[in-house]
Design a protein. Structure first.
Length: 249
């Protein structure tokens, strides 16, 4: 049919096939592609830090529950950040709801646990939870006991305890937001300067909380109250700054 010889394009096709697959034809091609399709495992520093993400998401979920279900607690929480002196205008018949207080503490513990993990002070998320719980429990008990001894005004003493609780809630939420960013971005999670930012962020949050608590004592100069602020409020800020200076040098 082809006048006794094969067409030119057929011979060229055979040459290309023999050059590409000298033996085995399509089978060799499939084996080569099989090696190309193998997926290399991710490096450890690329993987998302799931335990840290869980802590941060749990903190945000508790924050949503606090704002959705406990209106009074949320309002006083906002006052602690923007207008702390309003906490002194307490209605004697107005008592906080237990579940709202528990939810507020949960936000603080989860957020501070995420912050401790991000700062590299604890090895795992579970140990971060325990250390955050112990630290906040010790901080709350010490401020409650010392506040009732240092302040003769019982309304001021209870307001100091309340503003401390709300400050820890704000700080926990903001630490959780920073932690989830570090957990999702590998270049943040494994960078040394991200740890320094976390330490500095903690110092700033504690400093703002100390300022909020100090504003409740404006105009009062009695010594026990001043010692309360210097040791139990500003002492945390000084401790973190000293830690940073020690590691920097």
């Amino acid at each position: 049919m082809w006048c006794g010889h094969k067409p030119l394009w057929t011979e060229q096709g055979n040459l290309w096939r023999n050059a590409l697959w000298p033996s085995g034809g399509v089978e060799v091609r499939r084996s080569n592609l099989g090696g190309m399709l193998e997926v290399a495992p991710l490096e450890p520093w690329i993987a998302v830090n799931l335990p840290l993400v869980r802590l941060a998401v749990a903190c945000m979920a508790c924050t949503w529950l606090l704002m959705a279900a406990f209106e009074r607690e949320t309002q006083r929480w906002k006052w602690a950040w923007s207008q702390p002196r309003k906490l002194l205008a307490r209605n004697a018949s107005e008592t906080p709801r237990t579940l709202g207080v528990v939810t507020s503490h949960a936000v603080a513990v989860l957020g501070w646990a995420a912050g401790l993990c991000t700062a590299g002070w604890v090895p795992t998320a579970s140990s971060g939870l325990w250390w955050a719980l112990l630290a906040l429990l010790g901080d709350g008990v010490s401020k409650t006991v010392v506040g009732w001894v240092a302040f003769k005004d019982r309304d001021l003493a209870s307001s100091m305890v309340e503003v401390n609780r709300h400050n820890r809630t704000w700080q926990g939420l903001l630490l959780a937001l920073w932690a989830v960013g570090c957990a999702m971005q590998p270049w943040l999670a494994y960078a040394d300067w991200a740890v320094w930012i976390t330490w500095g962020w903690m110092a700033v949050l504690l400093g703002v909380g100390a300022l909020r608590a100090s504003s409740l004592m404006s105009g009062q100069t009695h010594l026990p109250g001043m010692l309360y602020l210097c040791v139990l409020e500003w002492g945390w800020v000084v401790s973190i700054l000293a830690w940073m200076a020690f590691h920097f040098t």
